[in-house]
Design a protein. Structure first.
Length: 202
């Protein structure tokens, strides 16, 4: 179980900052007096949010990410940063729409799909997670994090299917092993929600 949790944490650690950085590339200013002004107004809030995150001030960081999204609703980096922070706080129900909004604005970013897959894993929605991981791999077939995540999800689904078959055939309880673990709860999800680096470098 520890190995599986470590895998998810490492994926979250690498993807949260990377997704923000890649999303930031679609928020670059274009022409003075256009939406570039909104983008410029959003960036200071994003920078403050990342600073608060690094200082382990999640409430302040969340407020700044929300301010950035309010100033420029079309900032994919703002929504991606907010989503990653919410996931870190185990607020998966809020993180999902934030990731979905970021994906709408930056649909070619495979890291966003992989991060959303992790969010679904936290909710034990493994079929949804697999679909998001598959999309990440479609966009970037060589993405190592998505490959590892996909392997984890497939192994999880296989154990769950075997457990369901065993229960139907023998009325035996579901196994508690290194892959499946105990039934998913909010507490299990919380154990992998450690603060990820808010830096913008991949």
């Amino acid at each position: 179980m520890t190995k599986s949790l470590t895998l998810i944490f490492l994926l979250l650690l690498s993807l949260s900052a990377a997704a923000q950085q890649q999303s930031a590339s679609v928020d670059q200013p274009q022409q003075p007096g256009s939406r570039a002004d909104e983008t410029d107004a959003a960036q200071p809030h994003i920078d403050k949010a990342r600073k608060h995150w690094a200082e382990n001030k999640p409430q302040e960081a969340e407020a700044e990410f929300r301010n950035a999204a309010a100033v420029n609703p079309e900032s994919a980096a703002a929504h991606a940063g907010l989503a990653a922070l919410l996931l870190m706080q185990n607020k998966t129900a809020e993180a999902i729409p934030a990731y979905q909004e970021a994906i709408t604005l930056d649909p070619e970013n495979p890291k966003l799909f992989a991060a959303l897959a992790i969010t679904y894993v936290h909710q034990s929605k493994f079929h949804m997670a697999r679909a998001m991981a598959a999309e990440a791999l479609r966009l970037d077939p060589e993405m190592k994090q998505a490959k590892s995540l996909n392997e984890y999800i497939d192994a999880k689904l296989k154990v769950m299917e075997q457990a369901a078959q065993a229960t139907a055939a023998h009325g035996t309880p579901k196994p508690n092993d290194a892959i499946h673990g105990s039934p998913a709860t909010g507490q299990e999800a919380a154990t992998v929600d450690n603060p990820a680096s808010p830096g913008s470098a991949e």
